[in-house]
Design a protein around this ligand. Sequence first.
Ligand SMILES: O=C(O)CCC(=O)C(=O)O
Ligand SMILES: [Fe+2]
Length: 367
Amino acid sequence: MASTLLLDSANSLYDFVVRNGNGVKGLVESAGISQVPDRYIQPPQERINHVSTPQLNLPPIDLSKLHGPHHDQAVAEIAGAAHTLGFFQVVNHGVPLELLEALKSAAHKFFSMPPEEKKAAACRTNVKYGTSFAPEKEQALEWKDYVSMSYTTDEDALQYWPSLCKGVALEYLKLSTKMAREIVGILMENLGAKVDEKKIEGLVGYKMVNMNYYPECPNPELTVGVGRHSDMGTLTILLQDEIGGLYVKLEQDIKCKYASASKGDWIEIPPIPGALVINIGDALQIMSNGRYRSGEHRVRAAREQSRVSVPVFTMPNPTEKIGPLPEVVEKDGKAGYREIVFQDYMNNFFTNAHEGKKSLDFAAIIM
Ligand SMILES: O=C(O)CCC(=O)C(=O)O
Ligand SMILES: [Fe+2]
């Protein structure tokens, strides 16, 4: 029986979940587990203490203000968030609310398919279906399954992406990238950098949409949905459902009417119906010479319900050279990062398990 087999040996669990593509979902369903297996138990310092985590009830930024008399205020809000938390939420973002609903339901439908069908759907160009982040590198696995769809052309997306979600995923990727381009332009201009459309296109030229599935978990306090990490690209646009569980680490004290927390605290980015979460990735931290912060974040699984999220990762083209902008280095007097080719940065990112913002060491100039 699957349950005895699975819980008997760490290897058979790994084979079942990772190698045979059953994922955490398959584990929960076939083993009927009442406790997370040892392989999912994180060391104490990596576990997520739900009870003592403050929420950040910052109002979302209204992007429609960018096109009216409150333009400067919206710009200041975006730049302020990029400087401090590296995370903010937006409304009036140009992605219809029905599309957001359709995406969440497509994600649930995709993961409720039998494992063979998920594997078959993902065994195609530009698509990857998997579990955890880098299972072969991780001491403890993450309580998450995912399907990842890279964008090359519309034709490829419609031909290769899973038929169940390709329509909505492609529409979402396009609309959210349009918004990301505008925000990247604003952030660059705010640094005093001169960037044209072509440069911005190069910074968001590589795009990927993922669907993450976090099955209900008997011991969310012992494991993680996603371990601490920052995203490697330019901007991530994330749709989360109403379950909650996304946390960001503060790199400085914060005291305002919406939250009061200290550097090093983890605070929750609460679900706001209809809003999208935006976070700064490593590439923007590097280009801004550290003025914008790629937010370190992690996800807690929920006990009673499965959670889905749908991030769009906008990243520099793999051939793009990424380094601190000369305009900023001139003001700062020195560069904190060396110039890297983004493909090299990605290769390094994917060969290591999640470990906070250690990914940035690849480009950091250590004084
Ligand atoms: O599920 C979430 O809320 C965040 C997922 C995430 O951080 C990622 O996919 O990089
Ligand atoms: Fe992330």
